[in-house]
Design a protein around this ligand. Structure first.
Ligand SMILES: Cc1ncc(COP(=O)(O)O)c(C=O)c1O
Length: 440
């Protein structure tokens, strides 16, 4: 039976206003390329590439075929003490795509799990080197690192933390966020102001003594908070301070890896090399859930000591390196390369920026932010009802303009396909403009 207002009650939807949604469900039945097919058969242009996931487009024939073949050949094999051939191959391919120095990949099933894994690796790394006192973790306000307890604790989006406040893991501090409308509104690319905010890390190192800090984790570009590119020079400065104090730098690249900013990673794009990179989403183009944590050689090597019959890291998932996910991942890596997806993304970004910034002077718009193929148009909130205007635009875009536009409160977020057609992208933003004009 297809979902309707009457039969849609059993599914408790994630990050969704369930009661509002179920009054008039927005149900997708199919997808191909840059379009979804809705339950009523209409074609819907996807301006969010899934959920930052499907940069190549939906149902790419090469990925579909790889998954179909693999599931018939090897559906699953034990992931502890055994593995499958293609998980090894994929690890090598992903490591090749990362900046120099990255040698190993630990597979997970999601971005949240990648973050938990990275935090555990950071703690284990220091302990293995005889610095078990380094237990403190540093995140950043407005950061999003998934929904598990570690990621939530280093994360800094208030509604995500609010009801779990007493249960967040101890020993975590936060850098201040870099969101500053007064100084940086309507910046094209990296904002000019806010470099000094990176000094928060130095301040925390002075407060706790840097020798007690294990790692700092940041998204190179905060995504879920509404696309906040780092102030120019900020990531470089974090790297410097980490080096000074022996702190590991973790880039959470669940969104930014795999071409979203025109390169394999944001680390490469910014020329700042962290010690650990978390990935997910674009690893399989969203086709099968999978994440990967990339580590530099020195991190891996720190664990590879002691008796060889012993497990070096007591951590892993039943589905780590799942063969069907790995097949999707391998096919995705092939498509990235064969179709020059990262290059297409790099080429499109200035057109995307032009289109986005054509909203700079709109009376309802208070900021426009962009970097790579990530962007946000932030609307002024309605008095007394923050988020209401954003949600109304999301719904109107879907029903009236046949567009998927994500809103986080009143910030509309955009994650266009990395191989977008410029005419389609332009036409979609015309639709969005009509909706922004029309809503109260
Ligand atoms: C930077 C970042 N980290 C972690 C996550 C969590 O990923 P998942 O929803 O796959 O658990 C996300 C999801 O959007 C993310 O953007």
């Amino acid at each position: 039976m297809s979902a309707t207002a009457n039969n849609s009650d059993a599914y408790w939807m994630p990050y969704t206003a369930n009661r509002d949604f179920k009054k008039n469900p927005r149900i997708i039945k199919g997808a191909s390329g840059h379009y979804y097919t809705a339950a009523d058969g209409s074609k819907i242009y996807d301006m969010f590439s899934g959920l930052w996931t499907c940069g190549i487009g939906h149902c790419h024939p090469k990925i579909v075929e790889a998954v179909q073949k693999q599931v018939a050949k090897l559906d699953y094999c034990m992931s502890f003490q055994l593995s499958n051939d293609i998980a090894f191959e994929l690890a090598e391919r992903v490591v090749d795509m990362a900046p120099d120095g990255f040698t190993n990949c630990f597979f997970t099933n999601s971005g949240s799990e990648s973050v938990e894994t990275a935090l555990k690796i950071a703690l284990g790394y220091h302990r293995a080197r005889g610095e078990g006192n380094r237990t403190r973790l540093i995140g950043r306000e407005k950061g999003y690192h998934g929904v598990n307890f570690g990621g939530m604790s280093v994360g800094g989006i208030v509604p995500n933390r609010k009801i779990f406040s007493a249960n967040l893991i101890p020993g975590v501090d936060h850098l201040r966020h870099t969101y500053d409308l007064e100084k940086n509104a309507f910046s094209r690319g990296l904002p000019k102001h806010g470099l000094e905010l990176a000094d928060d890390l130095e301040r925390l190192a002075q407060l706790h003594d840097g020798s007690n800090i294990a790692a700092v984790i940041v998204e190179p570009i905060a995504g879920s908070a509404g696309v906040l590119p780092p102030p120019a020079g900020y990531l470089e400065k974090l790297r410097e301070i980490c080096d000074r104090h022996g702190i590991l730098l973790i880039f959470d690249e669940v969104i930014t890896a795999f071409g979203r900013v025109g390169k394999g990673t944001a680390a490469e794009r910014f020329g700042v090399t962290p010690d650990i990179i978390t990935t997910a989403k674009g690893l399989t183009n969203g086709v099968i859930p999978m994440g990967g944590v990339l580590v530099q050689q020195h991190v891996y090597d720190a664990f590879m000591q002691g008796p060889e019959h012993m497990v070096e890291l007591f951590h892993g998932y039943t589905y780590s390196g799942h063969p069907v996910a790995a097949a999707a991942g391998l096919a995705t890596m092939d498509v990235y390369k064969e179709e020059g997806i990262f290059e297409q993304s790099a080429e499109l970004e200035s057109t995307f920026a032009d289109i986005l910034h054509s909203f700079d002077n709109h009376e309802k718009v208070i900021d426009v932010r962009n970097f790579g193929m990530m962007g946000s148009i932030e609307l002024a909130p309605r008095e007394g009802a923050p988020g209401a205007r954003g949600l109304e635009i999301h719904k109107k875009c879907f029903w009236d303009e046949k567009l998927v536009v994500r809103n986080g409160m009143d910030a509309l977020q955009f994650s266009p396909f990395l191989n977008s057609n410029v005419d389609e992208m332009q036409a979609s933003f015309e639709g969005i403009r009509r909706v922004i004009d029309a809503v109260e």
